[in-house]
Write a new protein. Structure first.
Length: 671
């Protein structure tokens, strides 16, 4: 019979065992925390640097459970996530989301509304909102609007999606900056009008009933009667119908494909038959979400071999409509100089056709022309239905100013060097990567003093190569140089990590020096200010031994890329240039402030990086003309296209590699 241990010894054994368990648990937990710091967190930072915010967010969240107070982790979470709050009417709807680019991926449950301060990754997502007794809602957005109304199924007109009322400004593009418009609520077709739907119009005598044809038939300055006009609206066999049909019907098996080969007049007549309307330019753009082209276009039927059935491609718009990018172009109600806008691009159009404004004769019956309709509670106002008549130019057909005239422009902007009266206003050494300073100095212009933020890498050998940064148009409305420049420093952290300094000047019109100046409406006064600002900034750098005055680069982003084409020929101390998201403008401007006249005089090595889906500066109409105009020898200029829209830093890994390689090539590797 086994004898039990005396009580003191039993207690001792238990204590030793517990101590071993605690020690083992502590060792195991320490190893997990070490792995979070040394493996998980660095991998999350790497993914964030590549723009993979969702994957970085997931890793950061797993690390947060082990190292919740780690400073690098907290900085990463602020970069890759955001807090969202929203509610639905009624409350209690279930909300879920998934990555837009992964339509077959799993849904992430966010919970029931109202949602308060939920943390989600940065990015563009598919959202689903479901509530018993209400029609489900599918949307695409970075985050949901603060308030979303749900509808009973009986209140949804057909297979349409709801677009709430609100002020909307279409993205800038070839038409320049259009005025905002206060749009009432409306519904828009979830899918393009199909052959089967259009067939009902034909079967109902749509081509024989003048009541559906509400608009006058105008051609070559004259007006046709209804009988004269409809004679031309026939298929390949001479029967009434779209140009792509045969014998009065679509091809077998194509009932669920979008109707194509229709004129604007036929599209408007079908809309009348369906008791709907064609969307205006503004309505179409608000539902389409052209600003998110870099997410939408890769999943759309563009630059493809054939037409597809409606909804076959997973490219959903912010409003929840399919195929607004590609498949067929969609006629709109809006007129331009006797023609009508037709938007979204067709299956055989290039990728940038989705956000790009296009217009055609209302008689055009090309195979790519299709229909999408809207319904709204009241008739359009005159303002909503007004033609768009923006004056534009084709940069490919413009000739730059001759040398003699350009020299007159150069003399116009001659700068006198003035006393700087420099000051260091503040300094911050808290970052492990860099030291920040806010400095100020005089520009040489009357009563004009400017600030700049300097970011000096802690790992860089002095004197430092320096990158002078000119921001995009957001700086014209931002009130704070330090806050926005700090965001930009983080976005371009790869430059600082490489051992280079960055300088963020508060150019005239920006931050504390805001003027309300529109970014596309500048002239001699603005350029004169900017020339003096850039010159004074370089004068300031020359007075400080930390900076290498012989190795200075210019980095311009968006507006800054365009301004670079003007400033670089007027400032000889800059050795190399990088232009992100730039292009030649297509709105007229004063010749002495026209990028088209200055670009050929940019003679330093220049790298251009653009998005192939950019709605502001499409490759063929704005990017390629600028690259062609730039003055360096072919071996000293380079144009890189990445899969992005207006914002190439979404592909930060690609951009960082291209930029660092370019600076290493022409300034030498930073030490």
């Amino acid at each position: 019979m086994a004898r039990s241990l005396p009580r003191p010894w039993a207690a001792f054994v238990v204590a030793v065992a517990l101590l071993g368990l605690v020690s083992g648990w502590s060792t195991w937990n320490d190893s997990r925390r070490r792995a979070a710091r040394e493996a998980t967190l660095p991998e999350a930072i790497r993914l964030a640097g590549e723009g993979s915010y969702v994957a970085a967010f997931d890793l950061a969240q797993s690390a947060r459970r082990l190292i919740p107070s780690e400073p690098a982790l907290l900085r990463l979470l602020s970069d890759v996530s955001r807090q969202v709050s929203f509610e639905t009417v009624p409350q209690g709807a279930r909300v879920s989301y998934k990555e837009y680019s992964d339509p077959d991926g799993p849904w992430r449950e966010l919970g029931a509304t109202p949602v308060r301060d939920a943390q989600i990754p940065r990015g563009f997502f598919r959202w689903r909102i479901e509530a018993p007794g209400y029609a489900p809602v599918d949307l695409a957005a970075s985050a949901l609007p603060s308030r979303l109304a749900l509808h009973r199924p009986a209140d949804v007109p057909g297979d349409m999606v709801y677009v709430p009322a609100g002020v909307f400004m279409p993205p800038m593009g070839m038409l320049g900056r259009l005025p905002p418009q206060n749009l009432p609520e409306y519904w828009i077709d979830r899918f393009e009008v199909t052959n089967g739907q259009f067939g009902k119009f034909v079967e109902a005598g749509g081509y024989r009933n003048p009541d559906y044809w509400k608009y006058p038939f105008e051609r070559n300055g004259g007006r046709l009667t209804w009988d004269e006009a409809v004679k031309g609206f026939v298929d390949s066999t001479g029967r009434p119908g779209p140009s792509t049909w045969e014998a009065g019907a679509c091809a077998p098996g194509k009932q669920e494909f979008p109707v194509s080969g229709v004129s604007w007049y036929e599209a408007a007549a079908y809309a009348e038959f369906a008791r709907k309307r064609l969307p205006t330019y503004y309505q179409w753009h608000r539902a389409a979400g052209a600003a998110f082209a870099n997410y939408i276009v890769p999943l759309a039927n563009l630059d493809a071999g054939s037409l597809a059935a409606v909804g076959a491609h997973p490219a959903i718009s912010p409003a929840g409509a399919y195929d607004m990018a590609g498949n067929v172009r969609e006629w709109t109600l809006t007129e331009r100089s006797g023609q009508r806008f037709i938007l979204g691009g067709a299956w055989n159009d290039p990728p940038h056709a989705f956000p790009w404004p296009a217009w055609r004769s209302p008689w055009d019956r090309s195979p790519g022309n299709g229909i999408r309709t809207v319904r709204y509670a009241r008739e359009l106002t005159a303002e909503m239905d007004a033609p768009l008549q923006q004056q534009i130019r084709d940069p490919n057909r413009q000739e730059p100013a001759a040398d003699e005239r350009f020299e007159a422009f150069r003399r116009m902007y001659a700068r006198k060097v003035a006393a700087l009266d420099p000051r260091i206003e503040s300094a911050d050494d808290s970052s492990p990567l860099w030291t920040r300073q806010i400095v100020s100095y005089a520009t040489g212009m009357p009563q004009q003093r400017m600030s700049a933020m300097l970011v000096l890498p802690k790992n860089g050998r002095r004197p430092l190569q320096t990158v002078v940064y000119y921001p995009g148009a957001r700086a014209l409305s931002s009130p704070n140089l330090e806050a926005m420049s700090l965001d930009q420093a983080r976005a371009h952290e790869f430059l600082i990590k490489s051992g280079r300094a960055m300088v963020f000047p508060a150019f005239w019109g920006m931050y504390e020096r805001r003027t309300g100046l529109e970014p596309l409406q500048h002239g001699r006064t603005a350029v004169t200010q900017w020339v003096h600002d850039l010159g004074a900034t370089l004068d300031y750098l020359a007075q400080r031994p930390e900076f290498d005055g012989g190795r200075i680069a210019y980095l311009g982003e968006s507006t800054g890329a365009r301004m670079g084409t003007i400033l670089l020929p007027l400032e000889e101390r800059i050795r190399v240039a990088v232009l992100l998201d730039g292009g030649v403008p297509y709105t007229p401007r004063a010749p002495e402030a026209d990028e088209l006249n200055f670009a050929p005089r940019v003679r330093i090595p220049t790298l251009m990086v653009n998005g192939r889906y950019d709605p502001l500066w499409p490759p063929d109409m704005a990017q390629e003309p600028l690259f062609r105009l730039l003055g360096p020898p072919e071996k000293d200029k380079k144009w890189v296209l990445v899969d992005a829209g207006a914002g190439v830093l979404l592909r930060r890994g690609q951009v960082a590699q291209a930029v660092l390689d370019w600076l290493d090539r022409y300034l030498g590797p930073a030490k």
